[in-house]
Write a protein that binds this ligand. Structure first.
Ligand code: PEP
Ligand code: MN
Length: 376
């Protein structure tokens, strides 16, 4: 399936002053001095294309700093007038959209909490009807690609063609080194569904901690994302929000200079020949893998028939534990990551059980259909 988004290329609405495309600025506009001084330092790095700043902040708990509000738009105007940097702010209501447009903001973005709520997204989309302004849509806080797609579609249906997605990671109950799990596979899935949709990575909100930002930024570029949005504050230690993940403009400049820019393709024939050879080996192995998995499923069905004839349950926990331990250990000996082997086996096992259920309970096609692994 491909998404039917009617969009203009990124190059039609933003011209990077440097590679990679970098949007930077404080998590929140706090004071006029903080914003304007940060903007000047960012401009001086020569690496920043647009200035971001949160004016209205969606805070998880009440009583925290909820953004400086409309007055911040005046400060952004001044920062832009003095530095020439186009400005970007988060909008979460129709009123935010109206005020940001009236203040001459250049780029709007929809925050992760808003993307998770179709009412909010629709309200923003309605306020954008007939307006030609670039909009970037962050992924929803929860790992649901449909909500992300839905938000992009709603904004696009309102006539916004200068559209981009922002990958900022997904919240998870599990303890992790990241504030928001990157779940790169979701961003890659989005890229395959909408190859023309630019995806910008927000390493700050994925990392939650400035030390992890270089790693996430490099990985985003290696996955061919089109740019980065990084939070930068003149003095992160006193930032009113997201202090741990903000970097000074000088640190940002160093961080970006240390990134390696790789191209999706090369015209070097020798490199391409070697790559084709390696890829054709991978393709052969993929064919074999699929063939072997299909054979395994056929055997699983035979076992299903045998169990049915002998009135034995599909699942025998001991047997499953035995397969898991044995195979994970074998994988370890072959340098496979145990988590990977376990996940792969679980996927195969779930499908095996589904196939055995089909054999055992023929005639319950509708329920079986509902159980099939579904994808957007
Ligand atoms: C932000 O960019 O400051 C922000 C609030 O991000 P998110 O919506 O990704 O949490
Ligand atoms: Mn922030």
């Amino acid at each position: 399936m491909k998404l039917n988004l009617d969009i203009q290329p990124l190059s039609s609405w933003i011209t990077p002053v440097n590679q990679p495309l970098l949007i930077a600025g404080p998590c929140s506009a706090e004071t006029e001095d903080q914003l304007v001084a940060t903007a000047h330092l960012l401009k001086a790095t020569g690496k920043v294309t647009a200035l971001r700043a949160g004016i209205w902040k969606p805070r998880t708990r009440p009583g925290e700093f909820e953004g400086i509000g409309s007055i911040g738009l005046e400060w952004l105007k001044r920062a832009k007038a003095e530095t020439g940097l186009p400005t970007a702010v988060e909008v979460a209501t129709a009123k935010h959209v109206e005020e940001a447009l009236a203040a001459g903001v250049d780029i709007l973005w929809v925050g992760a909490r808003s993307t998770a709520n179709p009412f909010t997204v629709q309200e923003i989309a309605d306020a954008l009807k007939g307006v030609d302004i670039p909009v970037m849509v962050k992924n929803p806080v929860n790992p649901d690609i449909s909500l992300w797609i839905g938000a992009l579609e709603r904004i696009n249906n309102a006539g916004v063609k200068k559209l981009a997605a922002i990958h900022r990671g997904f919240s998870s109950y599990e303890k992790s080194a990241f504030r928001n799990e990157p779940m790169w596979d979701i961003a890659i899935h989005m890229k395959t569904l909408a190859p023309h949709l630019p995806i910008i990575c927000d390493p700050s909100h994925i990392s939650g901690n400035r030390d992890l930002i270089p790693y996430i930024s490099q990985k985003a570029l290696d996955l061919d994302m089109q740019g980065l949005m990084i939070e930068s504050h003149i003095d992160p230690s006193v930032a009113w929000t997201d202090a741990k993940q903000q970097v000074t403009p000088a640190a940002l400049a160093t961080l970006v200079s240390n990134l390696t820019l790789r191209k999706p393709e090369t015209s070097n024939a020798q490199v391409n020949d070697k790559l084709s050879e390696l890829r054709s080996n991978i393709d052969k192995i993929d064919d074999l893998l699929i063939q072997k998995i299909a054979e395994r499923m056929t055997i699983a069905e035979q076992i299903g028939t045998y169990k049915k004839d002998n009135n034995i349950t599909i699942l025998q926990v001991n047997r499953w534990d035995e397969i898991l331990t044995k195979t994970v250990n074998y994988g370890k000996a072959l340098k496979l990551n145990p988590d990977f082997t376990e996940k792969l086996l679980e996927l195969i096992h779930t499908e095996s059980i589904r196939r055995q259920t089909e054999v055992m309970n023929a005639g319950q096609a509708a329920a079986q259909q509902a159980e099939k692994l579904t994808h957007v």
